[in-house]
Design a protein around this ligand. Structure first.
Ligand code: LMR
Length: 347
């Protein structure tokens, strides 16, 4: 009897670890995907052309961190800044080839694909960043976003850089006539070209990463950009005059290669979409804060002559640019212009 009891106890002791092992399923443990090779993880290469300390640079890093954390390391967003991997003129082709999966070009650079998206370039089209955000949510704004799909581009988010200011080395710009005969660097956009040529200036298109060199060589007298772009590339060190004109919006559509996006699992798409929504809110606040801080820094350095346009000046400038609005309407109809928040009357 004792022997039978001994065998029974032994069997029982051997079975316990097996029962425990079977009852603990692998999903009870968070999987550490960081142990996986690059081939087993989902790698998203994100290339952009600005510095790390700009709103876009910081938002790209924040997005990468959050996605890594939320997917337990399964999704790895590799961020390449400063045009180090692909420059302005190269990143779109790299995206369509599938060499990278994510870019965030300035909207002006998308006008080559969807020309009517140049509404964002019209001077004084928007009087605040809130108005830009509001416009993108309208039917007209969403139509523009949808039209990118025909070019295999999926716009998942809108990030701000802010409003552009004008700098040059020749003379202070107090009135729009002061821009006459200046050679100004622009991003590739029909409307931006007209913005300067209609004032008797000479617009020249250059990649963002070439601006510093071109200013240094004197091939252009001036340029327009947001304050964080102007300081992060040290552009202001080569310029004598800066006008706070807030004349045009500079923002980005964060773009996936659409085929790549469609190939993703639904749960991955959901994680990326939700994270982008959160980062977008964060980026908008950050842009406001960084632009204020940067202006303060420029005021304090005393290294460039600053001029602020008054509200009246800006209204006068806006009026001066009316022919550009007519040009836009003639080419792309009324639909988009009419949806601009500044033309909506409160009911
Ligand atoms: C520029 O070319 O001036 C900007 O598009 C750079 C950027 O991406 O903010």
């Amino acid at each position: 009897m004792k022997r039978v009891l001994g065998i029974f106890i032994l069997c029982f002791l051997f079975t316990i670890p097996w029962i425990l092992l079977v009852s603990i399923q692998p999903e009870d443990y968070p999987y550490d995907y960081e142990q996986l090779s690059e081939n087993e993880r989902l790698v998203i290469r994100f290339s952009h052309v600005v510095g790390e300390d700009t709103p876009k640079g910081m938002a790209a890093r924040k997005f990468a961190e959050l996605v890594k954390e939320r997917s337990n390391g399964y999704i790895e967003v590799q961020v390449f800044s400063n045009g180090n991997l692909y420059k302005d003129g190269e990143e779109m082709n790299a995206l369509s080839r599938g060499d990278i999966q994510l870019i965030a070009p300035a909207i002006s650079k998308l006008t080559e694909y969807v020309p009517e998206i140049s509404i964002f370039d019209l001077p004084y089209a928007f009087h605040s960043l809130d108005e830009v955000h509001e416009f993108v949510e309208t039917k007209a704004g969403q139509t523009l976003v949808e039209r990118l799909k025909a070019h295999n581009l999926y716009a998942i988010s809108l990030w701000d850089s802010g409003f552009k200011q004008m700098s040059n080395r020749i003379r202070p710009i107090h009135h729009y006539d002061d821009i006459k005969r200046l050679t100004m660097r622009i991003m590739p956009s029909d409307i931006l070209e007209k913005q300067f040529s209609s004032l008797g200036a000479f617009p020249k298109k250059y990649d963002f990463n070439a601006v510093y060199n071109e200013l240094q060589k004197g091939s252009v007298d001036g340029q327009e950009n947001t304050l964080t772009n102007i300081t992060s590339k040290n552009i202001y060190s080569l310029q004598d005059y800066l006008t706070i004109s807030n004349h045009g919006y500079l923002g980005y559509f964060v773009l996936f290669n659409l085929d790549f996006w469609n190939s993703l699992d639904e749960d991955v798409k959901q994680l990326l979409t939700e994270t982008f929504q959160e980062v977008q809110e964060w980026e908008w606040k950050l842009t406001n804060q960084l632009n204020k801080e940067t202006l303060q820094k420029i005021e304090n350095c005393g290294c460039i002559e600053l001029h602020y346009l008054s509200q009246e000046d800006m209204l006068e400038w806006e009026k001066r640019f009316e022919p550009l609005y007519n040009y836009y309407k003639q080419n792309y109809g009324d639909e988009f212009i009419n949806a601009l928040p500044k033309y909506q009357t409160d009911t």
